[in-house]
Design a protein around this ligand. Sequence first.
Ligand SMILES: N[C@@H](CCC(=O)N[C@@H](CS)C(=O)NCC(=O)O)C(=O)O
Length: 300
Amino acid sequence: MSAKAFDLGRESRGDDGRFQRQDSVFRDIVASTTPGRHHLYLSYACPWAHRALIVRHLKGLDDVVGVSFVNPYRDERGWMFTDAEHHDDLHGWTLLSEAYLATDPAFAGRVSVPVLWDREEGRIVNNESGDIVKMLNRWGSGPDLEPAELQDEIDAVNALVYENVNNGVYRAGFASSQEAYEEAFTGLFDALARLDDRLGRQRYLAGDVTTLADWRLFTTLVRFDAVYHTHFKCNGHRLIEYPNLWPYARELYQVPGVAQTVRFDEIKRHYYTTHDMINPTRIIPAGPLDMDWEEPHGRG
Ligand SMILES: N[C@@H](CCC(=O)N[C@@H](CS)C(=O)NCC(=O)O)C(=O)O
């Protein structure tokens, strides 16, 4: 493996030190699927990919939509298939970039997960997690995670959560100026305070039932104390200090099948070894030792 770890490229950062996320480029929406037609390329480490893995399970699609995982370590070659656990059974690819180049031979952007692949057409359908979870919700069975009557509420909370929390931790962690970091830090902890307050008044983000909004927040919360608090300097508070957010996060973690999607080993390995500029020693912190995700949540 290359000695030079891949870090964020120049295109990801503006002159003002602010992190700029690249827009996803493949955005087709498919109304339905047939068993075996669509396949997901994911990383257990990535919060955006994690959303798709959770929704796939909750909607009963584990036997309908296949999945392959990339290795949590990423260098300048991008995401890789390296061993039996991180393997592409469909094509035997060694690099995820092969999926991008098979779809668009001129593709020159960032090779990101999640990827939704169409096996019949041999191309990427979509590489935007927000679109992918909506499709999985429509394709699968069980409770609708985006009921029409809650759509406005879901959209409003998603906007707050995306900007300040999901992407906010990255804006703090990848800031290269003090001002950009502090702006992200303030936005993040203001939003977490508002969300904690909301969850003291209602069970879930959009009301009485879990929706996509909850799962979109969950994948950031589950990484918070293990990674973002330390690695991304989001050290205003720990998740475990919040009276509502912490039990709420445990409640979601304890939904059957969700714990199996959370791989703290891969999460920590990815962040602490891949971002050379932030953690050049690549030492993976041993903690936290004080979090019990199985502790009864007491909500309800
Ligand atoms: N907008 C995308 C973002 C996905 C994303 O940023 N994924 C990260 C991993 S957490 C990635 O693959 N980054 C690769 C790179 O930037 O080179 C989504 O939500 O699907």
